[in-house]
Design a binder for this molecule. Sequence first.
Ligand SMILES: Nc1nc2c(c(=O)[nH]1)N[C@H]1C(S)=C(S)[C@@H](COP(=O)(O)OP(=O)(O)OC[C@H]3O[C@@H](n4cnc5c(=O)[nH]c(N)nc54)[C@H](O)[C@@H]3O)O[C@H]1N2
Ligand SMILES: Nc1nc2c(c(=O)[nH]1)N[C@H]1C(S)=C(S)[C@@H](COP(=O)(O)OP(=O)(O)OC[C@H]3O[C@@H](n4cnc5c(=O)[nH]c(N)nc54)[C@H](O)[C@@H]3O)O[C@H]1N2
Ligand code: SF4
Ligand SMILES: [Mo]
Length: 696
Amino acid sequence: MWMTVRRTSCNLCEAICGVLVTVENGHVTDIRGDESDPLSHGHICPKAVALRDLQEDPDRLTTPVRRTSDGWQEIGWDAAYELVVDKLTGIQREHGRNSIGVYLGNPNVHSLGALTHMPTMVRQLRTRNKFSATSIDQLPHMLSSYLLYGHQLMVAVPDIDRTSYLLMLGANPLASNGSMMTAPGFGRRLKDVRKRGGTVVVIDPRRTETAAVADEHHFVRPGTDAAFLLALIHEVISLGAARPAEYVDGLATIETVVEAWTPERAAGITGIPADVIRRIAREFAQADRAACYGRVGVSTQQFGAICQWAIQVLNIITGNLDRPGGTMFPRPAVNALLGLGRGHVGVWKSRVRGLPEFGGELPVSTMAEEILTPGDGQIRAMVTVAGNPVLSTPNGRKLDEALGSLDFMVAIDPYINETTRHADVILPPAPPLERDHYDLIFHQLAVRNTARWNDAVLPKPADARHDWEIFRDLGLALVRRTAWSRRRVEVTARLRVSPRRIVDVGLRIGPYRLSVAKLRKSPGGIDLGPLQPALPAALHHKSKRIDLAQRMILDDLPRLDSLNELDGQLLLIGRRHLRNNNSWMHNSARLVKGKPRHQLLMNPGDLAERALTDGQFVTVTSAAGSISVEVASSNDIMPGVVSLPHGFGHNRPGARLTIANQVPGQSVNDVTDAGYTDAVAGTAAVNGVPVTVTAS
Ligand SMILES: Nc1nc2c(c(=O)[nH]1)N[C@H]1C(S)=C(S)[C@@H](COP(=O)(O)OP(=O)(O)OC[C@H]3O[C@@H](n4cnc5c(=O)[nH]c(N)nc54)[C@H](O)[C@@H]3O)O[C@H]1N2
Ligand SMILES: Nc1nc2c(c(=O)[nH]1)N[C@H]1C(S)=C(S)[C@@H](COP(=O)(O)OP(=O)(O)OC[C@H]3O[C@@H](n4cnc5c(=O)[nH]c(N)nc54)[C@H](O)[C@@H]3O)O[C@H]1N2
Ligand code: SF4
Ligand SMILES: [Mo]
């Protein structure tokens, strides 16, 4: 028997936990936490073990397939590339370059090869109809980073290991393992804050797993956090506790705009009592080291941009930005900011609804209408990469219909699922354990500077392709076909170089002058120390100053007056569970077992008011549509709020997901509304959706 233990990191979520993988006779027999990882210290969650299931899943595609009238047919790689490039270039020739739409899904940011090679391939399509999960996720973080710090990826991360006061809104890291903040073992780190005598406060319409380990939890009416945050800023200023750094401008303007946001006014809107708002503001301002952090619940809602800006303003004016225990800027071994432009916003607008692009992408909430609305610039073909937008984006049914109407679709994806079943060709990349890994994105968001390179755990079969090879080969074929490419030589060279080489260059020119060879000597990763102050030098604005008074945000503030209109409505929010992973890990028997977790959570008072009982099927209806799901009574959910997780609803015909097909539940995104977005940059507002709930 041949047995070996290999090191890698789990790439299923943002925590990038180090893992030890035991391989016997070519098969994975064990996966456990790697104690030697300087960031994760041995932490893993149940999903790590599912890396093995991904490897062995009989439903996972290993060769390209083509949809025919007789069903899916396997085809060779070269034939598949030729077919795809023929179709895409043909459609563009006939209908213009914007006739191709692209959707880039979440797992792209977790794959080295996707990050190094996908953007170059996509650029060859020269389409403005580019969409990604960003606009149903972290767009407000990126926008506030762009506006305040001058680069869309210059994200300030809570220095959780040194803070004494952590205020968290709309985040449930005990389920999600943390996001826009890589902190494996989040639960332990929270406990440590409290052990050090610090305080953890959670603001969430649901008493979450994270709320359960915090000092305080306060219910907030969904979508109203902006009022709470503005009132905190108001209080800090009234206390005379605003002490921004010398390089910060605009405090006087902020003082004026928050003047009307008294704790009393915010209390009426948010449901958080005025005395609690006052106390939190005082404690936050007086804490030795405080950090405010907000995630999905305050990003994917109708005031996401205001919320993420206000969180930064609160951290900045209390002097907590860029100081240990406050919020800080990581300094990873490969500077991810170099790989991505600073950003831009509103340079072009979506054709049908006129929503602005951000960083070259249009809001995903406009994707279905861009496919379905006839006219010049209509999308006729789609390229999806590592995404399942039928389940993950608002008004999924309409998108489902839209994808069915396309002239052509190609998916780069290992599964035939709710989205890729519409594809004409599917190109499946090799799974995570067969890939080399260096994390280009999440070291940039990590609470400690560390670095690790890992060679692939398992060899890739000869007839399989890495994702970067698929992008390379498609990219090269596109460059060859399209006469417009003046930069053919440069693009060709860029596509031909391996991810390993790109990381090596990044490491060598990076701040620690490392190399892949050096990192390979410590496969458990190396520690580069705690986060260090970096401002104002690290700011990407030429002025090296931060201007709090951002016009785009200030102009949007009057819209907050509409918050009172939410009164009395039943509002739908989302949730995550440790054993789910967005829309795609339900095909692991190991993960889906256990108590059902697909139900609509509803407060007992709200159930009684509607004469509904725990466990019955109810119909949830919004402006976008309705679904029928089981309801579960819960005291942990705020009255007037219901919660349903996304990523369920694998009951559409034609998908090949043997285990997921048996998982009960409906897609929440059949009731979230593509018309309901944050006005500032078009982020999908999937939290705080007005709904009605009736007996089915
Ligand atoms: N209502 C509601 N909707 C939401 C959210 C919410 O909170 N509420 N959350 C949103 C958020 S934050 C996100 S990020 C999105 C995520 O939504 P998507 O961007 O759609 O991503 P996933 O659901 O993770 O889908 C992953 C897809 O990638 C494929 N895949 C997995 N691994 C790989 C790989 O290595 N390579 C390739 N090429 N493909 C792979 C899977 O088979 C699957 O098709 O969902 C969003 N949707
Ligand atoms: N196990 C698991 N881990 C994951 C994922 C997964 O699907 N499963 N997905 C990954 C992805 S793509 C992401 S982006 C991250 C997300 O990471 P998190 O943001 O931590 O994810 P959620 O658990 O959705 O937490 C959002 C919280 O916001 C609350 N909320 C909803 N509306 C509001 C509101 O209006 N105001 C406030 N204050 N709170 C509100 C919800 O009740 C919920 O508790 O998780 C990542 N990690
Ligand atoms: S928390 Fe779980 S899913 Fe996330 S990286 Fe760690 S083991 Fe993987
Ligand atoms: Mo996400």
